[in-house]
Design a protein around this ligand. Sequence first.
Ligand code: PEP
Ligand code: MN
Length: 272
Amino acid sequence: IKISKSYKLASRDFHPDDTIIDIKGVKIGGDNLVIMGGPCAVESPEQIDEIARLVKAAGGQVLRGGAFKPRTGPYSFQGVGVEGLKMMAEAGRKHGLLTITEVMTPEYVDVCAEYADILQVGTRNMQNFDLLRKLGEVRTPVLLKRGFSSTYDEFLNAAEYILAGGNKDVMLCERGIRTFETYTRNTLDLAAIPVLQGLSHLPVISDPSHGTGRRELVEPMAKASVAAGANGLIVEMHTDPDNSMTGDGVQSLFPDQFAALLKDLEQLAPLV
Ligand code: PEP
Ligand code: MN
């Protein structure tokens, strides 16, 4: 593969062994498979508590949920904000799950890091360099989503910004890219998984929910991601997807589908 290699710390040349990120005993990277599950958005204490219970019961290790939502239009639900961080932290603590949430601006990095175990950079912010620089200054692990029109080289350079600041705990997330196809919301680039693992030592997580935008495609693409070597999955699950507060209900698994998927995945790779 012809690639510029303008990044250094993210490269396997620099760090030949797989990076293993240890978060309160949950090891992400190497041969382990980490499962992150939960709603697109935190909606209420009851909603996030019930979903956390179901994620834990199914065998997941990390609760996902957005408190700050990067919506295409300004009139759409924007998330419940700092209150949502508190609701999710409480649900995670109660059910013994780590938590991951999206941070959109440098100003909110510290408060998000106070409440969440992993900070997510969304696809729209992959090249928000001020945000990346600020994430380099904290010691909270980061899940960096690939920009929907970004090359592998641009993706790894975005990771490099965080690493260069001194934060070594970065995960790469393939979440689908924009192509000419309209049937799916995005085109999940499965090849990105082995390519990124070859170029970089950082764990690679797949997001089959945003990667397809269609509930019925989440299970096959989750399994395909694991077969391709993904170190983990981030999957949307909701107890009442038809009434979820973002448009992502159409791609959210029902709890029984989430549980069945994890049961099947255990045959393919050991869960963390
Ligand atoms: C999300 O995880 O809910 C999300 C907004 O993801 P992305 O940035 O990949 O669209
Ligand atoms: Mn979503």
